[in-house]
Ligand binder design. Structure first.
Ligand SMILES: Cc1ncc(COP(=O)(O)O)c(C=O)c1O
Length: 329
C-alpha cells in the first residue's frame, strides 16, 4: 500500500473495473451467480458482485442473512430458512424487499442462472445505501442479495475421527442478537479464531446461567448416558433449521433402541460433559461427532452411533425428503 498520498490515482470506471478484476485474480473465488436488487439482475463475473460502501449493512452491520443448501439440483428446506429470514428482518426493523413469493422466485432464479447443482445459497437483506448515519438514510430502499457458491466444506476427519472443541472465552450474544441472524458475527468469528489458534476445531458458547449455548455457526446437542437426545432450548441461540429438522427425524431412532427419547431443555455444562455423544449440527456440517471438549473425552472419545445415524437421516432427507424444490435450470 502506498504511503505517498500525492501519488494516489483517481480511478475512472474502466480502471476501477480492472482493479476489481485484479483483486479476484489475486484471490480466486468460486461464486457462480449473484443477484442484487440494487443492480436489478444477476451477475456471474465475481468482480461485479459488489454492493455500495454506504449500504447500512456494510458500515453499521444493519443487515441479516440466511443460507439454504443446494443438493443435486434441488433447494433443501427453503421455507424454514425463509421463515427465519422473515423473523430476523422483523427483529432488525428491516423492510422485506417484496413478497415471500418474489424472494423465493429470485432465490430459485439465481440458482438456475448459476448452473450449479450442489452447494449453498446465501441471501442477505440490507437497509440500503444513502448516508453514513446510524439510522438508515431517509428514503433508502432495502437491498436484497443472493449468492450461489460451493458452500462450506469441512475435513473428512470431522466425520471419521470427530472434532475437538473448547469452551470459548468470548461471551455469548444476548438472546435477542443470538436468535436474530444478523451480519454481526464478531463473537462467532472470534470464537472460531480462538479455537483454531489453540489447535482445535471450534468453540462452544456457555450462557450466564452455565447452560450450553451453541457453536460458531452451528448448533450443538448431546446424547445422555441413558440414550436421550438433548438439544438446548432455542430462546437464547439461533434456531438452526438443521437442528429443528433433526429433532423431528430423530424419534425414528427410538424403534431400533438407538435413542430412548428426544428433549429440548436447558443443559447445564456438567450434564453436557457427562454425555455419551456430543453433536455439531448445521446446514453445512449436517451432523458431525464431537469427541473431545476442553481436553476431556466425550463418552469413549470416539464418534458414536447416534451421530452417524442422524447424519444418515439428514442426508436422506436432503436427497429424497419432502422439503425439496427442484431448480428449473
Ligand atoms: C450461530 C449459528 N448457530 C447455528 C446455526 C445452524 O443453523 P442452520 O442449521 O440453519 O444452518 C448457524 C448457521 O446458520 C449459525 O450461524
Amino acid at each position: 500500500m502506498s504511503t505517498t498520498t500525492s501519488r494516489l490515482p483517481i480511478l475512472d470506471a474502466d480502471a476501477t473495473l480492472r482493479a476489481l478484476r485484479d483483486l479476484r485474480a489475486k484471490q480466486p473465488v468460486k461464486y457462480s451467480a449473484f443477484y442484487s436488487s440494487q443492480l436489478g439482475g444477476i451477475v456471474t463475473d465475481p468482480a461485479l458482485m459488489v454492493i455500495p460502501f454506504d449500504d447500512h449493512m456494510v458500515h453499521r452491520g444493519h443487515g441479516i442473512f440466511d443460507t439454504a443448501g443446494l443438493v443435486d439440483g434441488k433447494v433443501y428446506d427453503l421455507e424454514a430458512h425463509l421463515d427465519r429470514f422473515a423473523r430476523s428482518a422483523e427483529l432488525s426493523k428491516l423492510r422485506l424487499p417484496g413478497s415471500r413469493a418474489e424472494m423465493r422466485d429470485i432465490i430459485i432464479g439465481t440458482t438456475a442462472a448459476s448452473g450449479r447443482r450442489d452447494g449453498a445459497i446465501r441471501y442477505w437483506l440490507s437497509s440500503g445505501p444513502g448516508s453514513l448515519e446510524l439510522s438508515p438514510a431517509p428514503g433508502s430502499e432495502p437491498g436484497f442479495f443472493v449468492m450461489i457458491f460451493p458452500g462450506l466444506v469441512y475435513p473428512e476427519r470431522w466425520y471419521t475421527e470427530g472434532l475437538r472443541v473448547m469452551t470459548t472465552t468470548f461471551p455469548i450474544k444476548p438472546a435477542l442478537y443470538a436468535i436474530t441472524k444478523t451480519t454481526n458475527y464478531l463473537p462467532n468469528v472470534l470464537m472460531q479464531l480462538e479455537a483454531k489458534e489453540a489447535g482445535l476445531d471450534n468453540g462452544v458458547f456457555i450462557d450466564a446461567n452455565g447452560h450450553v449455548g451453541e457453536s460458531s455457526n452451528m448448533n450443538v446437542a448431546f446424547v445422555t448416558g441413558d440414550g436421550v437426545l438433548r438439544h438446548p432450548r432455542f430462546d437464547h441461540i439461533l434456531s438452526g433449521c438443521t437442528a429443528r429438522r433433526m429433532l423431528e427425524l430423530a424419534p425414528a431412532l427410538q424403534a431400533s433402541g438407538l435413542l430412548q427419547g428426544v428433549e429440548v431443555c436447558d443443559i447445564p455444562v456438567a450434564d453436557a460433559r457427562a454425555a455419551r455423544e456430543m453433536l455439531l449440527i448445521g446446514s453445512s456440517v449436517k451432523v458431525a461427532p464431537i469427541v473431545q471438549w476442553d481436553g476431556q473425552p466425550i463418552g469413549d472419545g470416539k464418534p458414536g452411533p447416534v451421530a452417524k445415524a442422524l447424519l444418515d437421516l439428514i442426508e436422506q432427507d436432503m436427497r429424497t425428503g419432502d422439503r425439496l424444490i427442484p431448480v428449473p435450470y
